[in-house]
Design a binder for this molecule. Structure first.
Ligand code: HEC
Length: 184
């Protein structure tokens, strides 16, 4: 008798099961089935489908266009600076997972920089950006192999490219703010 009770209490109660399937149907309604059922010849349904197609292509367009539009350079630089600081802090904290997340962000910003400089015909700066994005990637690779010394070395190399490029292309305006020598 007692055995029976125990088994029952271990399996989900009917209420639990119901809650679960309610959740499933709430989050995953079955649109395929509904569309199929409604498809034949209904004008309303065609309209709805057309609307959906328009909406869908708008979404696809937005996704396709956004990365192509160039972000202003200072925005890229600020994001790179933030990610660089993130790597630095995570290295002090010896938080490898966080180092990698920040290094991946940093890599993406250097890729954006590379495009910017290439577009403005500055092969040297595009080259430094490319090198920096590779080194940021090397941080992640080194950590996958638990090689912190290699990750540190890659991060130093990244820092070197920041400095090289600043010496070549960054200047201070009269107001003390940093400017881009190519005024892009
Ligand atoms: C390929 C060139 C290049 C690289 C690489 C580069 N920078 Fe810059 N950076 C610039 C230029 C040009 C400016 C000045 C224009 C500006 O501020 O947007 C600048 C400005 C800055 C500023 C001042 C932002 C402001 O306007 O307040 C900071 C901070 C900065 N960089 C940090 C970094 C760090 C950190 C790295 C490396 C992780 C780095 N940069 C790598 C070219 C570069």
């Amino acid at each position: 008798m007692t055995d029976n009770v125990r088994t029952e209490s271990e399996s989900p109660t009917p209420t639990q099961v119901n809650e679960k399937s309610d959740m499933v149907s709430k989050w995953f309604p079955r649109p395929q089935i509904q569309i199929k059922e409604r498809l034949p010849g209904s004008a309303m349904n065609k309209k709805a489908m057309n609307r959906f197609a328009i909406l869908l292509s708008a979404v696809v367009l937005t996704v396709a266009v956004t990365p192509a539009a160039e972000r202003p350079f200072p925005e890229i630089m600020k994001a790179a600076y933030a990610a660089n600081g993130g790597v630095k802090k995570a290295m002090t904290d010896k938080d490898n997972a966080k180092i990698s997340t920040e290094a991946i962000k940093l890599k993406a910003e250097f890729k954006a920089m590379e495009k910017y400089w290439a577009k403005h015909g500055k092969a040297d700066a595009a080259g430094w950006s490319k090198m920096a994005s590779m080194e940021a990637g090397n941080i992640v690779k080194a950590l996958k192999k638990n090689d912190s010394a290699k990750a540190d070395a890659a991060f130093k190399a990244v820092g070197g490219t920041c400095k090289t490029c600043h010496e070549a292309y960054r200047e201070k305006g009269a107001d003390g703010k940093f400017l881009n020598k190519i005024k892009g």
